[in-house]
Ligand binder design. Structure first.
Ligand SMILES: [Zn+2]
Length: 641
């Protein structure tokens, strides 16, 4: 809770500096979609994570549910079509909250025995004769009141303008709180039918395409059909008195429908706020390949939960802030089309979604927003010295969806990989990953992404993942510049780490050197402390900035400039009508420049002390004197009062 409080206060501070916005309702940092209400989670997840192996693969699902948002109970059936992949003798196992009553189970249309008892455990006997490798169906008829106290809610209800709304939110382990099935992250159903019967006032929003809507006897039946593989936690339904409207994105010259189900009282505001969605679909399609579910739709359904949830083809939205619209859409590529094969890699989902929302500022907004996003992200990530992006403890939902680590630090890992690889290689590797037939519409983990990045990059990236994904903290750099004369320097980089888990962050470090007569940024491949480089900026350096364009997770950087080569003594400084330089030798060249590096004519006399300049006529400001003696250039700044 404390972390959240710190984070949101950063946003409030920033909002005071926002200039005229170019897009409606931009709130930096608002894209963390699952940071609310998460304390509700119980210890129940351990059952699913440590469960015995499954002996069947799901092929399709057919929900037929009675949902009246004004009452607590839901009822109906879920038919699971599957292929038996193991021994039929013990039957098959499903998970369903023991808050429900199972009325009957049909296997291949025949009534079979079942046992439903503690810890979500539903055991179903198979009829004689079903063999391993065969297709079969199991249809569970059930009714009851969904538990309201698990995960991010699993099932939620509220009143809006006095009208009840019902929704589901199964991530990460909550399917069993509203439907009987195989609650396994890594078994996608190839298709889903969602048939929902509700009082006529209401309509249901769900995955895929609305293939039928019928009102009879005061009951409205909505039939949604989704024909892409879908992980169980991405199947969802929401029911209330929705009003709808559509927008259209153009991807590869073809229209993609963006279908919105919103509360009537929010419709006009939502129309304004979601208008940016088409542009975002087109942007992400350009960088990451066409929207993955283009043959069906993308959409939003409003719900009463504080954040957002990337249900496949129909994100559920508690609010229509810009970043959360971008974030949930981004999940359709990262999370939905390719799903995690373990929650330990949840950084892949939330890191990509957060980063894509960030990079949308880079491409769709004026130049203010992208640097602000990076500043916010880096400040937030470095607000504490440790914490891993990788999440070994999947039983702790707070840790799984930690906004600083799983969202923002993960997003900046991707940003740093882009810096290391270059834009072209980074985006190509992402597209290769998304299009990999072994992964697309299936599952992946960190190793899969890493392999695709390395293939395009041409070399191993373990050093990066070891330090940044599994290690903790961030580096701070010190740059020491020692002048050699002739505007040459030795730059020495040293690094300290905020956390002892990483002994050294090997990184390409951009460093900007600035002076009155020049400005240049160089990249140092920093692999050990005390490493030095001879640099020739061609001007006198007066300031140094580490990571000027914010590619890295770093803070607390410093620099030092040592210039003992300065053979000239200049006074008075600040100067009034005259300025003297003491010299032992007569210079071959003398020049005076303003802060923009423009040469200015100046009167001077050379005497036995050195040079005396007449600067009476100079405007007030900072100037730079450059002299060359025996082929060696040196210089100094002064201020004219
Ligand atoms: Zn997310």
């Amino acid at each position: 809770m404390f972390r959240q409080a710190v984070f949101w206060s950063v946003i409030v501070l920033l909002s005071g500096f926002q200039p005229q916005m170019t897009k409606a309702q931009v709130i930096l940092g608002s894209g963390v979609d699952k940071s609310r209400e998460k304390l509700m989670y119980f210890r129940q997840i351990s059952a699913a994570e440590s469960a015995e192996p499954w002996n069947y693969d799901v092929t399709s699902l057919r929900f037929d549910l009675n949902i009246d948002p004004s009452i607590d109970e839901i009822s109906g059936s879920v038919l699971t079509a599957f292929v038996l992949t193991g021994d039929p003798a013990p039957g098959i196992r499903m998970e369903l909250s023991t808050g429900f009553t199972v009325d009957s189970v049909l296997c291949n249309g025949l009534r079979v025995l079942f046992v439903h008892n503690g810890d979500f455990d539903l055991r179903i006997a198979l009829p004689a004769g079903i063999q391993e490798g065969e297709h079969a169906t199991a249809e569970v008829f059930y009714h009851g009141v969904p538990p309201m106290d698990a995960g991010f809610g699993s099932v939620g209800r509220h009143l809006h303008e006095g009208v009840p709304a019902f929704w589901t939110l199964s991530e990460p382990f909550g399917c069993r709180d509203w439907w009987p099935g195989k609650n396994d992250l890594t078994d996608k159903a190839d298709s889903v039918d969602m048939i929902v019967h509700s009082p006529e006032l209401y309509r249901a929003a769900s995955n895929g395409i609305l293939v039928g809507e019928l009102v009879a006897g005061g009951i409205r039946t909505c039939h949604w059909k989704h024909r892409y593989p879908v992980a169980p936690y991405l199947i969802a339904v929401a029911v209330t008195n929705y009003e709808t409207y559509s927008e259209t994105a153009i991807v590869n010259g073809k229209p993609v429908q963006i279908l919105n189900y919103v509360y009537p009282e929010n419709k006009s505001a939502a129309i304004r706020q979601t208008a940016v969605t088409a542009e975002l679909v087109e942007l992400f399609s350009r960088f990451f390949g066409p929207y993955p579910f283009a043959a069906e739709k993308y959409g939003h359904a409003q719900f009463g939960w504080g954040g957002g949830m990337e249900h496949q083809t129909m994100s559920f939205m508690g609010r229509f802030d810009y970043e959360i619209i971008a974030h949930e859409l981004a999940h359709q590529w990262f999370g939905d089309a390719i799903t995690l094969n373990s929650w330990k890699d949840v950084w892949l989902n939330e890191g990509f979604a957060t980063y894509l929302a960030g990079m949308s500022y880079e491409h769709l907004f004026d130049g203010y927003w992208w640097p602000r996003w990076k500043t916010l992200a880096i400040d937030y990530v470095t607000s504490e010295p440790g914490g891993t992006v990788y999440c070994p403890d999947t039983a702790n939902v707070n840790r799984l969806f930690d906004s600083r680590l799983t969202y923002y630090k993960a997003s900046l890992l991707l940003h740093m990989l882009r810096h290391i690889m270059g834009d072209e290689a980074f985006y190509q590797a992402c597209r290769n990953y998304l299009n990999d037939p072994r992964l697309r519409f299936g599952y992946a983990g960190t190793a899969d992404l890493k392999a695709h990045l390395e293939a395009v990059h041409g070399s191993d990236l373990s050093w990066f993942f070891d330090d940044w994904l599994y290690g903790e903290g961030y580096p701070s750099w010190h740059v020491k510049c020692t002048a050699l004369g002739n505007y040459e320097y030795v730059a020495v980089l040293t690094q300290r780490q905020s956390h002892p888990s990483v002994s050294f962050f090997e990184m390409p470090v951009p460093v900007r050197f600035k002076g009155a007569k020049g400005d240049t940024t160089l990249i140092f491949h920093h692999t050990e402390n005390g490493q030095s480089w001879k640099i020739q900026p061609g001007f006198m350096i007066d300031s140094v900035f580490v990571d000027p364009e914010q590619w890295l997770i770093t803070k607390g950087n410093s620099y030092q400039i040592i210039d003992d080569t300065d053979a000239i003594k200049i006074y008075p400084n600040p100067a009034g009508s005259w300025l003297r330089i003491e010299l032992n030798n007569t210079p071959e060249k003398i020049g005076l420049f303003d802060v923009k590096g423009r040469k200015i004519d100046v009167h001077y006399i050379i005497d036995n002390l050195g040079i005396k300049f007449d600067i009476e006529y100079l405007a007030s400001g900072v100037y730079f004197i450059e002299i060359e003696i025996s082929g060696k250039k040196t210089g100094s700044r002064f201020v004219k009062q």
